[in-house]
Design a binder for this molecule. Structure first.
Ligand SMILES: [Mn+2]
Length: 349
């Protein structure tokens, strides 16, 4: 297992020099952030990223992510143009020697929370989600009310996108995903890159939009769409862990045995529900005891199958007065990296 840490490029408030000081962290997870979605990454844009990381004494181990243009997910008539650009980015990433690319296939939004700074009893703040808060957002005014998405879409653009999605249901999204995979997996294989889809977060429909990468059945179906080692998973314990029926250690056991887990996101979540049964969850500290994720079970399953891929602590809380990008401060993620490495050492035979 290779311990890694996400870095949002030169604009990240957490510098590479600080990441370098977390014991055991040698790999970086990052992306090219200055090329518009749908355009191909160039050799130079990837080289600027890898040079910055190499110069800090670290190495780029995972690209997270190459964004998938909305027209690919929608199956729009011009999708081939955007798939070609995605493949070109993939070739540049492969040429730079980066072994894994993470991406997701969620309509319009990817991750969604209803509060990015929910106060916890210990004085930290964390990301939370609640169905009830979701139901109060009014999308007719654009994304202005959505935490983390306020600048994403104005009312007209969002309205047009939502109208397009009314013609694509979950089965349609599966078809568009298969069409995409049939074209990108051979390219990935040809440049020695493993693709790793991130599960939907949260793993259920929001705003009436289809979401399909949700549970063990979905992951099996996904892997069978293109049955090739380059078509694999980012196993995100936090995303999958908010569904009580997802038995995370058993799922890791199944997919790691098939060598189809190419990247691990490790974080913990605590499920709650209100008196009406509406879903609520909080992101909590990484150790198993704080939430519903059996992190020991997950890492033990990985160890049994000799997992050699990258792992990163996923979101952290804001602690010790730190300010910054929600979920992506330095301190709590560094604690997570240390916990995960200790646990990893403990589960080795
Ligand atoms: Mn994740």
């Amino acid at each position: 297992m290779k311990m890694t840490f996400r870095w949002y490029g030169p604009a990240d408030r957490v510098p590479l020099a600080h990441i370098r000081q977390i014991p055991g962290v040698h790999g970086i997870v990052s992306a090219v952030y200055d090329v518009p979605v749908g355009d191909a990454w160039t050799r130079d844009s990837v080289a600027r990223l890898t040079d910055a990381i190499d110069n800090a004494g670290l190495s780029l181990q995972v690209v997270e992510s190459i964004p998938v243009h909305e027209h690919i997910k929608l199956g729009a008539p011009d999708r081939d143009r955007y798939i070609d650009a995605w493949c070109e980015s993939l070739r540049q990433v492969g040429a730079a020697g980066v072994p894994v690319v993470c991406y997701n296939f969620m309509p319009i939004f990817d991750w969604m929370r209803t509060d990015l700074a929910h106060p916890m009893p210990d004085g930290s703040t964390t990301l939370t989600y609640s169905d009830e808060a979701m139901s109060r957002f009014d999308l007719s005014r654009g994304t202005g009310e959505l935490p983390g998405w306020s600048m994403a879409y104005d009312a007209d653009t969002l309205g047009a996108l939502l109208a397009q999605w009314r013609t694509v249901d979950a089965e349609g999204l599966w078809e568009n995903l298969a069409y995409f995979l049939e074209r990108v997996v051979p390219v990935a294989a040809s440049v020695n890159v493993k693709l790793a889809i991130h599960p939907d977060d949260p793993p259920w429909s929001i705003f009436g939009l289809p979401r399909v990468i949700t549970d063990v059945h979905a992951l099996r179906r996904f892997l069978s769409l293109v049955d090739h080692p380059a078509n694999g998973l980012t196993f995100c314990t936090g995303s999958l862990g908010v569904l009580a029926e997802n038995d995370l250690p058993a799922m890791v056991d199944e997919f790691a045995a098939q060598q189809r887990i190419h990247f691990m996101h490790c974080r913990n979540v605590k499920r709650r529900s209100d008196v009406l049964g509406a879903r609520i969850f909080d992101e909590v500290p990484h150790p198993s005891a704080h939430g519903d994720v059996n992190m020991r079970g997950v890492l033990a399953a990985l160890a049994r199958h000799g997992y050699t891929g990258s792992m990163r602590p996923d979101h952290g809380r804001m602690i010790w007065g730190e300010e910054g990008r929600a979920g992506y401060g330095l301190y709590d993620r560094a604690l997570g990296a240390m916990y995960l490495q200790g646990l990893w050492e403990g589960v080795q035979r």
